[in-house]
Design a protein around this ligand. Structure first.
Ligand SMILES: Cc1cc2nc3c(=O)[nH]c(=O)nc-3n(C[C@H](O)[C@H](O)[C@H](O)COP(=O)(O)OP(=O)(O)OC[C@H]3O[C@@H](n4cnc5c(N)ncnc54)[C@H](O)[C@@H]3O)c2cc1C
Length: 480
């Protein structure tokens, strides 16, 4: 059955959505309230797969309603009640269903009957306005299927028809199986928006005359103004952007290569790629979401007042990029949740095997750079930061109390990301050493910027992690 739907989607006839979030269940998918009940006698014998009726609301569904394709296929997470009629608590109770907007026969042809999936509202977003974003009601009775109108969301008999994918309770595993690489895709999208802003602001900085040199010759107001790229502070903003977006791009390409190695490498290479991806994927998603957004903010700043208007694209890049810290392409892992995943699970799993392998790879780059004139100093700085990251990871977990360790998961994610990016920049610098001209100068300049202005931030982030600073988790609610 899944093939019938997949073929039609592949052919561009149908559009697929992912329906995980609900108004009351975003980060916490275990609280999904959409219910699926077997659709009468013989429900398991349907040629399209075990047939259920779904009732519930799904929030934030991208592309949830439109007329661009002849059908829309919703992949919906819902809970099948147990023998006692109650849903199984937690994520174990979640199953995955295919719910088409328009019903189809076993060959995938439209039957002409509408399924009970109704648009309840459109979300008016800050950015990403090229896609509709919807609140959908499943099984409210607006489009009764096969004469069963029921009585609203709780009415017996009503419900949107859905076909089970995989086994009951296997919903999250099935959904994530399809999205292994989605986080790298989101990171790459964030990089591209950052890059577009960098290019736009670089162009603007070369053309916008404003002010004069702070050297003595600049005191002569009869002289023409200089382009703003001559001011050191504007160059600072350009270098920050360059280090974020070019570093981010190199990171995403490295992760994409690891994904290839998972599939094409020999057994040892595939195992290593898998381990590295465990610890690097949260960074591939979160680091560009945060820092390439900052790049977009700096691009606005370089445009001055003009950047705050719709006359230039940079404001749209920022608005569009702001989404990436909140969602994950088609469903969400916010920045905070990503941080908990990294410190709470990824760096401690298998006795810290992923973190150890990453440290080995970073150590190898440090070793190589140590022998190259001009790179020995950043190599030492990176080695020190890596050592302090490892020590802070241990200190965070020293008491073994998750509440204490994880209270500062986001500063940990930030520090981890900056150490990884310093490694990426050192590796880029090693390659740039062999290049010539402006390419070499630009890459080495951005690397120097990153080590001088960005890497020192790691120590401030790690200080609260290592000391298990408790102000955030302990301040009384009424003191805010
Ligand atoms: C434009 C857009 C498109 C989207 N597209 C889809 C889609 O197609 N399909 C879909 O299913 N969903 C989609 N989403 C939904 C998105 O996945 C959710 O917005 C996201 O999962 C966050 O859920 P929430 O909005 O309910 O926020 P909440 O879960 O309420 O979170 C609010 C804040 O609290 C923090 N927080 C929550 N729990 C914890 C915790 N345990 N520890 C620490 N911090 C916590 C979060 O990090 C966040 O900062 C989309 C969202 C947007 C904005």
């Amino acid at each position: 059955m899944a093939e019938v739907f997949a073929k039609a989607e592949f052919a561009g006839r149908w559009f697929g959505t992912m329906c995980l979030s609900e108004p009351q269940a975003g980060s916490s998918l275990s609280d999904v309230a959409t219910r699926a009940t077997p659709d009468g006698e013989g429900f398991e014998a349907d040629p399209l797969g075990p047939r259920y009726r779904l009732r519930g609301n799904k929030m934030w569904i991208s592309g949830g309603e439109h007329e661009i394709t002849e059908n829309i296929v919703h992949l919906v997470l819902a809970k099948i009640p147990g023998p006692d009629g109650k849903p199984i608590p937690g994520t174990k109770g979640i199953s995955l269903f295919i719910v088409p907007k328009r019903l189809v026969d076993e060959r995938g042809e439209l039957t002409g009957e509408r399924n009970d999936v109704a648009l309840a509202g459109l979300n008016h977003k800050l950015g990403y306005r090229g896609t509709t974003n919807t609140l959908l009601n499943f099984g409210e009775g607006r489009y009764p299927v096969r004469g069963q109108s029921g009585g609203g969301l709780n009415g017996a008999g009503a419900g949107a028809v859905g076909y089970l994918v995989g086994r009951p309770g296997d919903g999250l595993r099935c959904m994530f199986h399809m999205m292994n690489e989605a986080r790298i895709g989101v990171g790459l999208g964030a990089v591209m928006l950052g890059y577009a802003g960098y290019e736009a602001s670089l162009d603007y900085a070369k053309q916008r005359p404003q002010g004069r040199s702070i050297r003595p010759e600049g005191k002569d107001a009869s002289q023409p103004q200089v382009p703003i790229i001559r001011h050191a502070d504007v160059r600072r903003m350009l270098l920050a952007q360059k280090s974020y977006v070019e570093g981010g791009l190199a990171l995403e390409l490295y992760c994409a290569r690891l994904v290839d190695e998972l599939n094409t490498g020999d057994a040892a290479a595939a195992r290593d790629a898998g381990l590295l991806l465990e610890v690097l994927t949260p960074i591939a998603k979160s680091w560009p979401s945060e820092w390439c957004l900052e790049a977009n903010s700096l691009a606005i700043q370089i445009h001055g007042g003009y950047g705050y208007t719709r006359d230039f694209m940079v404001e749209q890049y920022w608005r569009d990029n702001r989404l990436n810290m909140i969602h994950e392409g088609t469903h969400g892992i916010t920045h905070g949740i990503q941080a908990l995943d990294l410190l709470g699970r990824k760096v401690v799993m298998d006795g810290g095997a992923g973190l150890k392998l990453l440290a080995t790879r970073i150590g190898a780059t440090v070793e190589r750079a140590g022998h190259v004139g001009g790179l020995a100093e950043p190599a030492n700085l990176l080695a020190g930061a890596l050592q302090r990251l490892g020590a802070a990871t241990k200190s965070a977990w020293a008491t073994g109390v998750p509440e204490e360790a994880l209270a500062n998961a986001t500063p940990y994610l930030q520090a981890f990301g900056h150490v990884v990016l310093a490694w990426i920049w050192l590796d880029v610098a090693l390659a740039a050493e062999r290049a010539a001209g402006t390419l070499r100068a630009g890459k080495l300049g951005a690397m120097r910027y990153f080590f001088a202005y960005e890497l020192p931030k790691v120590d401030a982030w790690l200080a609260v992690v290592a000391s298990r600073n408790d102000v955030c988790r302990t301040l009384a609610e009424d003191a805010f």
